[in-house]
Write a protein that binds this ligand. Structure first.
Ligand code: HEC
Ligand code: HEC
Ligand code: HEC
Ligand code: HEC
Length: 134
């Protein structure tokens, strides 16, 4: 956790210097809070995931989660201002993605869950993202 905090401070400083005076007007940061649901290859029983997007943006780079693909279907790193598509528009069973990345669930678990696991095992518990219905 300490490492991450330092990283955030360093990133914030760099970003602050780089963008002093620049305009953020055209930047679309997306919704602050989301509930993610699979619609293309849904499981029989839906398991919506809560996602505090803004909170993650405070400490991470857009490129930590967002990317694109080229005409050959190869992954392309995020560049500022790129069009952001839904994960499952590429990560779906019809798109010929490699194993463990073929659905929204798999892509999300590979991204969200593996970072949570690295950060703190408690953050990788199902109920962190899939809260139990009350
Ligand atoms: C921790 C991962 C993560 C980070 C960091 C992140 N995003 Fe996202 N973002 C997502 C996910 C997941 C979605 C939802 C995708 C979907 O619905 O398939 C999303 C959706 C979006 C959307 C689509 C609009 C919307 O509200 O649905 C925009 C625009 C966006 N992000 C911009 C950004 C920008 C700009 C940054 C950096 C400042 C950023 N995101 C950082 C994970 C992230
Ligand atoms: C425009 C298409 C496209 C979109 C949209 C997309 N991906 Fe990907 N993604 C790819 C491609 C292509 C690869 C590389 C697959 C391979 O290894 O051949 C990839 C690889 C990955 C990987 C493994 C490599 C890595 O960078 O860790 C993860 C995890 C992943 N995507 C998660 C996501 C998540 C989460 C979202 C939504 C926030 C998303 N992807 C949106 C095309 C896309
Ligand atoms: C690169 C690392 C990383 C990725 C990717 C990531 N997270 Fe997180 N997430 C974190 C960290 C670190 C925290 C802890 C924040 C804190 O305690 O302040 C967190 C916290 C959360 C929380 C709990 C927030 C709270 O206030 O209790 C939820 C829910 C969550 N993430 C969902 C997701 C989902 C869903 C995705 C994928 C779409 C995702 N995360 C991707 C690092 C990540
Ligand atoms: C860090 C966040 C996170 C954690 C932890 C996590 N998931 Fe997920 N999970 C997601 C996201 C994001 C999706 C894709 C959106 C959706 O369908 O909910 C998903 C999708 C799923 C789906 C598919 C749901 C559907 O409607 O198709 C299942 C099933 C699932 N997760 C089970 C689990 C189980 C079981 C655990 C614990 C062992 C777990 N998840 C832990 C974020 C997480």
């Amino acid at each position: 956790m300490k490492k991450i905090a330092l990283y955030v401070v360093a990133t914030a400083l760099v970003m602050g210097l780089a963008f002093t005076g620049a305009s953020f007007a055209t930047d679309d940061k997306g919704s602050a809070e989301m509930t993610l649901t699979s619609t293309v290859d849904p499981a029989k029983k839906a398991k919506p995931a809560i996602f505090p997007h803004a909170k993650h943006q405070e400490r991470l780079e857009c490129a930590d989660c967002h990317h694109s693909k080229d005409a050959d279907g190869k992954q392309v790193a995020y560049v500022e201002g790129q069009k952001i598509e839904k994960c499952e528009s590429c990560h779906n069973k019809a798109a010929g993605m490699p194993k463990k990345l073929t659905t929204f669930k798999e892509a999300a678990h590979a991204s969200c869950k593996s970072c949570h696991k690295k950060t703190d095992k408690k953050l990788a518990k199902c109920s962190v993202c899939h809260p139990k219905k009350k």
